[in-house]
Design a protein around this ligand. Structure first.
Ligand SMILES: [Zn+2]
Length: 325
């Protein structure tokens, strides 16, 4: 198999991975595809569309991927669904002992071969951006893709202040808000904090296991405050020409949204913003901020978050993605 480049955005949800995915997908010879891991689930359940507005079955890009992928195996899609929850912590531990899985190897390898073939046929794509992150069922995914599928993987670990993440999660489930349903998440604070710790620990370990030069940490706060510097650094580390993205930022022109899977409401709202979300700083009590910091303090030190933050994010711009008809 030809070595292909995959930039995997890892970390916890509500950390602006969709924004980073969209930003980088506007780089030269690059395509952003979002939460690819959830694709088989969305196809199975139905009702969720590609960011281009079409059903995945009818989407110009994903229909091409599935035509190639299913050409030789009518059970290909079912095999992909079976793998949905087999890329979590147990696989991460097995990876440490170099235990491979033949089924995962062939299923995912064929799927990504189809993915890269479709991407290269439509444009001269050299790099694919995936933002399946590092939840309990995807934490080992970048390692599986590198070791068992032969992909050239680099992890971009996106981390955001845990207090901002808790505040965002307490607003409720994105999908339910979008559907106009009751969105409150039971035990939101505890679940958010445990999830944040586990996902960031898992992503950090996966980066170490992947090897030198294949892991880079990006803090959401740095991306918002200094987007040009951060994107230049990412481009240099992963061999990506981010010139087109920097021009978009400096000229406030359109950010293009392609065929992303999943992501938050922003991706389907027609508006992409690059600005700090600091509502949590004014709305959250100092006691709660301090309590959350104490709960996660080893991580807070590792990722450079102070006990009582005073970040003053300024609005950097507002972008409207072009529509795909
Ligand atoms: Zn599409």
């Amino acid at each position: 198999m030809v070595k292909t480049k995959l930039l995997y955005i890892g970390g916890y949800g509500r950390s602006a991975s969709t924004l980073l995915d969209i930003l980088l997908s506007n780089a030269e010879s690059c395509i952003g595809l979002g939460e690819i891991q959830n694709l088989s689930n969305y196809l199975d359940v139905g009702g969720i569309r590609c960011s281009c507005g079409e059903d995945f079955e009818a989407c110009a890009f994903w229909s091409k991927v599935f035509a190639i992928y299913e050409a030789n195996d009518i059970y290909a899609r079912q095999n992909l669904v079976k793998l949905q929850d087999k890329q979590g912590w147990s696989r991460l531990l097995r990876y440490g002992f170099r235990m491979r899985s033949k089924q995962t190897e062939s299923t995912l390898r064929y799927f990504y071969e189809a993915l890269f073939k479709a991407a290269k046929n439509s444009e001269n794509v050299q790099v694919i951006i995936e933002s399946s992150k590092s939840s309990h069922d995807s934490v080992a995914r970048p390692l599986i893709l590198a070791s068992e599928c032969g992909l050239d993987v680099t992890i971009l670990h996106l981390v955001r202040d845990p207090r901002a993440v808790v505040y965002s999660i307490l607003r409720g489930s994105n999908q339910k808000i979008e559907a106009g349903q009751e969105a409150q998440i039971p035990f939101g604070t505890v679940r958010a904090l445990l999830g944040w710790c586990m996902a960031n620990l898992g992503c950090y370990i996966a980066g170490r296991l992947l090897g030198k030069g294949r892991y880079m940490l990006v803090r959401y706060e740095d991306l918002i405050e200094h987007p040009t510097d951060v994107l230049k650094k990412v481009g240099k580390n992963v061999g990506l020409d981010v010139g087109p993205v920097l021009r978009i930022i400096s000229q406030s022109t359109l950010l293009e949204v392609g065929h992303h899977v999943g992501g938050n409401r922003m991706i389907r709202s027609g508006t992409v913003r690059l600005r700090g979300d600091i509502e949590w700083q004014q709305s959250m009590s100092w006691i709660k901020k301090l309590a959350i910091w104490c709960f996660v303090f080893p991580y807070a030190l590792l990722f450079r978050y102070s006990p009582l933050p005073d970040i003053n994010h300024s609005e950097k711009g507002r972008y409207r993605p072009s529509s795909h008809n």
